[in-house]
Design a protein around this ligand. Structure first.
Ligand SMILES: O=C(O)CCC(=O)C(=O)O
Ligand SMILES: [Fe+2]
Length: 348
């Protein structure tokens, strides 16, 4: 059960309250008290061209092997030439900015209710010692259309709803194509992943704002986690860094590639690929001067679908590493807010 809700970060700032204890990472195991704002090296992830990935030319095959190497090394890739126009993506960012700039009262019309996920506000607070993230977000199920809670879809700024609908439909195509490319990169049947996820798969879009934070050394924007999705299409801020990925115990910052989708593997794809593509742990650090915005879309199988390593990926040399799982979301957030990896529950 959820604990009583707190103010949003924007409300805390507006009230001039400063950073309360609830946001502070002390020596609770989060990098053993190391400041959160230390400089970290940049990841060497290459960008892949989605259009090229799907062509059956020699260049296409070369692009697929690039995809294989970057995903098996990092679990995250920059995807360019994905078919969504740059001005449309600018519009998404503009509407996100405008929504978070609305007066608190207006945003509260779309507020998340206690014990639910969708809507505007903070993330769920599941225990008294959960360290709070310096983030406000608007979280909406966007697909299938009959799963939408339209009363939580902002009517202001004007055009938000229509543009989010259009964005969702455009992303469906990127998702299908990316699944196909991943299957080909593993020499599997084109539709194996998408079929396991099923027609009733869900997409959810999470609009994030990380306001400027006076204590970037002790306060985190988004605590270390891996996504519970099959994969996540992320549009990170084009101007403000903050997203970092963990590899072999070290943090690396994600490079900014304007208008690319940064796609990261989620736990469901880690299971379906039998661990060849791993769902990376990532976090967002805060910034003293600048607000940061991002828009993340999670694609996940319907909770009733059984997810397991796909046919053709398990062999004598690579035995099955994951159980068959279902209703992942039921325990995901409990693990998440304790800073634990829910995928551990799926290991054989
Ligand atoms: O803001 C970002 O860049 C990442 C957000 C994220 O990891 C998430 O929403 O799951
Ligand atoms: Fe994430």
């Amino acid at each position: 059960m959820e604990k009583p809700m707190f103010k949003t970060v924007q409300e805390v700032i507006a009230a001039g309250e400063g950073v309360s204890e609830r946001y502070l990472h002390t020596t609770n195991g989060n990098d053993k008290g190391q400041p959160l704002d230390i400089l970290v090296p940049e990841m060497d992830i290459t960008a892949v061209d989605l259009n090229l990935l799907l062509s059956s030319s020699d260049d296409g095959r070369e692009e697929l092997s690039k995809l294989y190497s970057v995903l098996s090394k990092w679990g995250v890739v920059q995807v360019i030439n994905h078919g969504i126009a740059e001005d449309f993506l600018d519009e998404i960012f503009e509407l996100t900015k405008q929504f978070f700039a609305l007066p608190a009262k207006e945003k509260q019309k779309y507020a998340r209710e206690i014990n639910t996920l969708q809507g505007y506000g903070s993330d769920m607070i599941l225990s008294d010692n959960q360290v709070l993230d310096w983030i406000d977000r608007l979280y909406l199920t966007t697909y299938p259309e009959d799963q939408r809670k339209l009363k939580l879809w902002p009517e202001t700024p004007l055009g938000f709803r229509e543009t989010l609908h259009e964005f969702t439909m455009k992303q469906q195509l990127v998702i299908k194509n990316f699944f196909k490319a991943m299957a080909r990169s593993l020499e599997l049947e084109d539709n194996c992943f998408i079929e396991m996820c099923g027609e009733k798969s869900v997409t959810e879009t999470r609009f994030n704002v990380y306001p400027p934070c006076p204590r970037p050394d002790k306060v985190i924007g988004s605590k270390p986690h891996s996504d519970g999705s099959a994969f996540t299409l992320l549009l990170p801020d084009k101007n403000v860094e903050g997203l970092q990925f963990l590899k072999d115990g070290k943090w690396y910052k994600a490079p900014i590639v304007p208008y690319a989708f940064l796609i990261n593997i989620g736990d469901m794809m880690e299971i379906m690929s039998n661990g060849i593509y791993k769902s990376p742990v990532h976090r967002v650090v805060t910034n003293r001067e600048k607000a940061r915005i991002s828009v993340a879309t999670f694609y996940a199988p319907h909770e009733d679908k059984e997810i397991q390593p796909v046919d053709g990926i398990v062999s004598e040399t690579r035995p099955r590493m994951y159980k068959t799982i279902k209703k992942y979301v039921d325990f995901y957030f409990d693990y998440y807010h304790q800073g634990r990896r829910p995928i551990e529950a799926a290991y054989i």
